[in-house]
Write a protein that binds this ligand. Structure first.
Ligand code: NAD
Ligand code: LMR
Length: 331
């Protein structure tokens, strides 16, 4: 028998919600951290969610996952984040049809002050935090700024669902498979201003702008479809995306824990180091590479033409406004 790895601890808020239900079983199965990596799950809910969480935990038990070493459900943040190597902040209210994600700031923003503080007090020293709850960029900004002593580079907000959506749209238009699309960057905010950058995307190594001749579609319907996909799903399903969101959270973690293939990048919102004219300290999505040593870097030298610049600037301006709107939650 080989050496058994020590279990890592994954804390998940909103664990009894839709995304939680699509996420926890894949974490416990080994699909996220590897087939030989035991995990402890610490599941955080608010009081009304606890009965449903008990049911979810019964189901996790009933899977008899070999890698699930322990699980614990709680409403207490310090208890929930105790020893966490990863904190997945999913718990928050989803929008309804007709709302923009930033309309949730007033309801959800304040959740992330206490969570950031509890992560700083109780999680493992190298804890990494991925915010999924909307509006995820600014919620992550709040958590990060309330987590005294936790390195800012350990906070992320999810734009991978947008990247995956964009890749599928481009592949469908090109009559190809989404796995053939690379170098797709989502810039800015996970919102209707996000910019899915087709100008640098490639299909089997060839610029997508050479493969897809309908540039009006790329500049128009393509961008709009990706920007509005969340709303389209709410309209069709009567509830916001859940399985695809959980899947994107998994893709994000896998991409942040494995070296990025040479020449490619992945999309995730990080604390901007000031790259590409994006204000330092904003949580903005940009092209990211995960290095062999597990650190990440912003990919340098990605061409930004006039069209892209305008789109990126509009999304960054929205992030500035969101930060302004939650100034009272940022110490
Ligand atoms: P849901 O309503 O099904 O579940 C949310 C869960 O969070 C509920 O069980 C609720 O009890 C719990 N919760 C609420 N406040 C909490 C708190 N303070 N602490 C702990 N738990 C709390 O919602 P969902 O469909 O799972 O979506 C969750 C969030 O994810 C929403 O804000 C949604 O908009 C967002 N989302 C983001 C993306 C993305 O791409 N970034 C994609 C899909 C959904
Ligand atoms: C999504 O993009 O599907 C989520 O952010 C949910 C939403 O509100 O659109």
């Amino acid at each position: 028998m080989g050496d058994v790895k020590e279990a890592i601890t994954i804390s998940v808020t909103g664990a009894a919600g839709q995304i939680g239900y699509a996420l926890l079983f894949r974490i416990a199965s080994g699909a996220v951290f590897g087939p030989d990596q035991p995990v402890n799950l610490r599941l955080i809910e608010i009081e009304p969610g606890m009965p449903a969480l008990e049911g979810v935990m019964m189901e996790l038990d009933d899977c008899a996952f070999p890698l699930l070493e322990s699980m614990h459900g709680t409403t207490d943040l310090d208890d929930g984040f105790k020893g966490a190597d990863w904190a997945l902040l999913v718990g928050s209210v989803p929008r309804k049809a007709g709302m923009e994600r930033k309309d949730l700031l007033g309801i959800n923003g304040k959740i992330f002050t206490g969570q950031g503080q509890a992560i700083a007090r109780s999680a493992a020293s190298g804890v990494k935090t991925l915010v999924v709850g909307n509006p995820c960029n600014t919620n992550a900004l709040i958590a990060m700024n309330n987590a005294d002593g936790v390195p800012k580079e350990n906070f992320f907000a999810m734009t991978r669902l947008d990247e995956n959506r964009a890749k599928s749209q481009l592949a469908a238009k090109a009559g190809a498979h989404c796995s053939e699309v690379s170098n797709l960057c989502i810039w800015g905010n996970h919102s209707a201003t996000q910019y899915p950058d087709f100008t640098n995307a490639k299909l089997n190594g060839k610029p997508i702008t050479e493969v897809i001749s309908d540039h009006d579609w790329l500049k128009g319907d393509f961008i709009k479809t990706v920007q509005q996909r969340g709303a389209a799903i709410i309209k069709a399903r009567g509830a916001s995306s859940a399985a695809s969101a959980a899947n994107a959270a998994i893709d994000t973690i896998v991409s942040l824990t494995n070296e990025t293939p040479a020449g490619d990048w992945h999309s995730v919102a990080v604390c901007s180091p000031g790259a590409y004219g994006i204000d330092e300290g904003l949580m903005a999505s940009m092209p990211i590479r995960t290095n062999a040593d597990g650190t990440w870097s912003v990919v340098e030298g990605v061409p930004v033409d006039e069209f892209s610049r305008e789109k990126i600037d509009a999304s960054i301006q929205e992030l500035r406004e969101e930060r302004e709107a939650v100034a009272d939650l940022i110490p």
